[in-house]
Design a protein around this ligand. Structure first.
Ligand code: TRP
Ligand code: SF4
Length: 328
C-alpha cells in the first residue's frame, strides 16, 4: 500500500474575479499539487474583513472566486472548497491559539507593517494583529502539513509553526509543524509595470477576460521606455511584455528577445503576439467558466459539499484538541 498522502491547506481571500497573476502565482501550483497531496482549499472570508468591513459583496466575490478556481482546474471532487465563515471551528481554534502567542510576537510580524502602510490603516484592530493567528487556525484545523504560499506569507507560516509547537508542548502532540511551499514562478508584473499585478493597483488582466479585452489592455501596457520607435532596439529584461512571453509563449520567447534587441520587432506587433498567446492559453478556462456561470446551482452544490467535508475534518481535529486539553 502506498503511504498516506500529505495534507495541504491552501487559501485565498475572496477579492472577486481572479487575474492572471493569481493563475500563474498560485492556482497553477495548486492544480499540479492535486496529484500528490490531499488538498483543502479555503476561502478566507473572515480574513477579508481586515481589508474592508463592507461585507455586501463578500458572498458574491466568494462564488466568483470558486468559479475561477474550478475553471482553472481545481477538482472539487478530490479537494473540498469551502468558506472559512461556514466552519465554526475556525473561530474556536483561533480563540485557543490566541492564548499561545504573545502580543509582542504579533507586533513583530512584518506583514502587519506592510498592511498598515498599504491600506493606510489608522486604527489597528485586534483582528489585524490576530490575522496570523486565524491563519494558523485555518491551517492546523485541517492538520495541514504543507502550505503553498508566496514569499509574503512565509512569516504567517512561521507563526503557525510556533503555535503548533507551543500547543503540542503544552497539551501533547496534536498538530504537525507545517512547512511553506513557495510557488515556483515569481509574481507576474502588472500592466503598468508595477512589480505585481493586484486589484488595488488596477493593473490586472482577469482570467475571465475575452480576447478583445486582453488585446485592448495589452495595447496600453508599458514597455521599455527607451524603445520609442518601432525599430529602436529594446531591452526585453526590463519589459513586462517579455515576462509575459516567457510565461505564456515560452516557445516564441527567444525569438522575441533577439528581435526586440535588434530592433526588428516593434512593440505593437510584439503585444499582438502576446495577446494571442494569452487568449489561447485562457481559452479552456474561459470556456469552463462560461459553463459554470450559467450553472451556478452546480457551483453552490459544490461549495455545500466542500463545506460538509471540511466540517467533518474540522470537527475531528477539534475533538482531538478538546481531548488533549481535557475540555471533554
Ligand atoms: N493570508 C492569505 C493571503 O492573503 C490568505 C489565507 C488565509 C491563507 N488563510 C490561509 C493562505 C491559510 C494559506 C493558508 O494570501
Ligand atoms: Fe517589450 Fe516586445 Fe517592445 Fe521589446 S518589442 S520592448 S519585449 S513590447
Amino acid at each position: 500500500m502506498s503511504p498516506p498522502r500529505k495534507r495541504i491547506l491552501s487559501g485565498m481571500r475572496p477579492t472577486g474575479r481572479l487575474h492572471i497573476g493569481h493563475l500563474v502565482g498560485a492556482l497553477e501550483n495548486w492544480v499540479s499539487l492535486q496529484e500528490t497531496y490531499d488538498n483543502f482549499h479555503l476561502i478566507a472570508d473572515y480574513h477579508a474583513l481586515t481589508t474592508s468591513l463592507d461585507t455586501s459583496a463578500l458572498y458574491e466575490n466568494s462564488v466568483e472566486m470558486v468559479i475561477d478556481w474550478i475553471a482553472a482546474g481545481i477538482d472539487p471532487v478530490r479537494s473540498p472548497l469551502f468558506r472559512q465563515s461556514r466552519i465554526k471551528e475556525h473561530t474556536e481554534l483561533n480563540l485557543i491559539f490566541g492564548m499561545l502567542i504573545t502580543k509582542a510576537r504579533l507586533e513583530r510580524n512584518p506583514t502587519l507593517k506592510d498592511q498598515v502602510r498599504d491600506l493606510e490603516i489608522e486604527n489597528l484592530t485586534f483582528g489585524h494583529l490576530g490575522y496570523p493567528v486565524l491563519q494558523a487556525a485555518d491551517i492546523l484545523l485541517y492538520r495541514g502539513e504543507v502550505v503553498p504560499v508566496g514569499e509574503d506569507q512565509v512569516p504567517h507560516v512561521e507563526i503557525t509553526r510556533e503555535i503548533a509547537r507551543k500547543f503540542n508542548a503544552e497539551y501533547g502532540k496534536v498538530f504537525p509543524e507545517p512547512e511553506a511551499k513557495l510557488t515556483r514562478f515569481a509574481r507576474l508584473p502588472g500592466l503598468n509595470g508595477e512589480m505585481k499585478m493586484s486589484k488595488s493597483a488596477g493593473n490586472t488582466l482577469l482570467i475571465s477576460s475575452p480576447p478583445e479585452e486582453i488585446a485592448a489592455k495589452m495595447k496600453r501596457a508599458v514597455t521599455d521606455p527607451l524603445k520609442v520607435r518601432k525599430n529602436d532596439p529594446g531591452r526585453p529584461e526590463v519589459c513586462l511584455v517579455y515576462t509575459y512571453h516567457k510565461k505564456f509563449n515560452p516557445g516564441g520567447a527567444p525569438e522575441v528577445e533577439s528581435a526586440c534587441r535588434s530592433g526588428a520587432l516593434g512593440c505593437v506587433e510584439c503585444k499582438g503576439r502576446i495577446s494571442e498567446a494569452i487568449s489561447g492559453a485562457l481559452a479552456p478556462v474561459r470556456e469552463k467558466r462560461a459553463y459554470l456561470e450559467t450553472h451556478r446551482d452546480e457551483v453552490l452544490d459544490t461549495l455545500a459539499d466542500g463545506e460538509r467535508r471540511a466540517g467533518e475534518a474540522a470537527a475531528e481535529t477539534m475533538g482531538r484538541v478538546r481531548e488533549a486539553m481535557k475540555l471533554g
